[in-house]
Design a binder for this molecule. Structure first.
Ligand SMILES: CC(C)(COP(=O)(O)OP(=O)(O)OC[C@H]1O[C@@H](n2cnc3c(N)ncnc32)[C@H](O)[C@@H]1OP(=O)(O)O)[C@@H](O)C(=O)NCCC(=O)NCCS
Length: 177
């Protein structure tokens, strides 16, 4: 089982453990957190953890658990997925509990993820995607220096045609020189 660990000033990004499933399920039940994400039932939330664990085992990275160093609290997840359909590039992503918003934690975790990626992997660029109404997420992308490529906006194929969460924006950041 993967045992990744990356520390920032205030946070630890680490591999998933079975005991994180409850906290992940609590996150999945918060309608505000899930406002721009496909709904998850308990089986779906656990299957997501299974996928993230398998990704970590296979690739050495995933959307890791974000823990606060001060008290060990589970704040959510942030990290990087390998290219997965419909994307052909690595993807940085984030999802935090509501009480962890507005403190710069997502930005801190995302910067650590990008720094780790450039230092430890060879890809020339990384993308992030979000639905157009998810301002909190795309403003974070912009704060990270990611650039929107409007010509690459797309309809997410995992959702039915006409679903309000189907239209996505794509942002990209190039490997620093
Ligand atoms: C997207 C998400 C992670 C963004 O979280 P966030 O806390 O707004 O993002 P940041 O870490 O960049 O924090 C920025 C905010 O913290 C404030 N902040 C406070 N202290 C800060 C610090 N030390 N450093 C940076 N920002 C700080 C900023 O002023 C800013 O506040 P504002 O939004 O009122 O302007 C969060 O909204 C979320 O989890 N949403 C639900 C899940 C989701 O939609 N995920 C994305 C799917 S694509």
């Amino acid at each position: 089982m993967a045992d990744f660990r990356l520390e920032t000033n205030r946070l630890t990004l680490r591999s998933w453990r079975d005991e994180d499933r409850e906290a992940n399920w609590a996150l999945a039940q918060d309608a505000e957190v899930m406002r721009y994400l496909p709904a998850l039932d308990r089986a779906g939330a656990d299957a997501m953890v299974d996928r993230f664990m398998a990704m970590d085992d296979e690739h050495g990275h995933t959307f890791w658990v974000v823990e606060r160093r001060g008290d060990g609290a589970f704040l959510g997840m942030c990290g990087m997925a390998p290219p997965r359909d419909p994307l052909v590039e690595h993807e940085v992503g984030w999802r935090l509990a509501r009480n962890a918003w507005g403190q710069g934690y997502a930005q801190e975790a995302a910067r650590a993820t990008l720094g780790w990626a450039w230092a430890n992997r060879v890809m020339p660029s990384i993308v992030a995607i979000t639905v157009k109404d998810n301002r909190a997420s795309w403003t974070l992308m912009e704060r990270l220096g990611m650039i929107r490529h409007a010509a690459e906006d797309f309809e997410h194929p995992s959702l039915p045609v006409g679903h309000p969460l189907r239209p996505h924006r794509l942002y990209r950041i190039e490997r620093p020189a």
